[in-house]
Design a protein around this ligand. Sequence first.
Ligand SMILES: [Zn+2]
Length: 404
Amino acid sequence: MNFKLLGLILYAVSFVYELLMQFLDWRSKDNPVPENVRDVYDAERYATWLRYHGENCAVDLISTVVSFLIYLALLLLDVLPRVAPSENPYLAAIELLMFIMTLDALAGAVFSYISSMVIDTKYGFNKRTVKVFVVDQIKSYVISSGVTVALVCGFAAIYRALGDWTLVLFSAIVAVILAAVSALYPFLSKVFNKFTPLPDGELRDKLTALLTKNGYTVRAIQVMDGSRRDTRANAYFSGFGKTKTIVLYDTLLDTMTADEIVAVFAHELGHGLHKDTLKTMPLSALQVVFIVLAVWLTVRTGAIYPDFGFEGVNYGFAFFLASVIELPIIMPVFSLLSSGLTRRAEYRADAHAVSEGYGPELISALKKLSRDSLTNLSPSPIQVKLYYSHPTLSQRIAAIEGSK
Ligand SMILES: [Zn+2]
């Protein structure tokens, strides 16, 4: 069997799948808007949504096609063996990874510039200055390439020492790192944003009362300067154990009434009480095991490398094949499972806000959020099942009204 041919076929399959998903997304504009969310957009806002949706679909399509063509050219022309000529296995892996990640970052920056700095600016969402945008891109590039190089070299070192036991040991190490990142997220997110404690006042009193009533303690209630980048509002829970923090975007405080914010907060508290961050961890850990499994299989199948023009194993290339070609084939299964789980958690969190007596305020808050962020009110049901971490607005409102 020629592994290059097999790889190209698998890559083409996931490319076609991706196009199909994007087609479903684009076509969802023709789906009827459910009765209970018809008042979210007036005629003018709806027309704006249609344009916004169309432009985003176009950018997604172009970026998918461009990155497919770039990788296809790299593979067909055997470019990768030539950018990683070193004899030393670690150096060769680093050369290859840095080449790909730099290319990726450049292409990614172009499309992210178009979607955030051009399209989002046109629709009034974007608040990033060009400077903030550039600094963000550089920070992400440094962090992601540093982490990837460290992980791949770590994998190579363990594999060279332990052989097949790598699968167990490395999976465990990555799982521990992921748990640590999640616990430290409240601190790591300071790389990108500024956080300040929610000031004293009516809102803080109401939120604290809600926490006390539920016997729940958090490290802090913080306000994030989301408005530095974007006008769209949000709130989330981060960290666990002693690092638990509730984060409210400053944009949320600007656009919502106090009771609407308390309703959103009660929803977040529902996540906290149900330990939702913790519950998604086994699935993330399983996902890690699959990724390590894919890299491990690719590393130990020596026949792959000559087919792609390499003289021997390149650990960076194994990681590239696993992440760009092998995993996309099974990822839909994972996203089906994990998005199903998170959607259930969202219903539970909404139900908590209802049980606190904030059902109507939660509905008006969700409608406001959807209106302001030009949400798709009638997405393709297949896409919702496969990829939506949240139920649709219409589904959430129906559930909130039903659980009164
Ligand atoms: Zn939620």
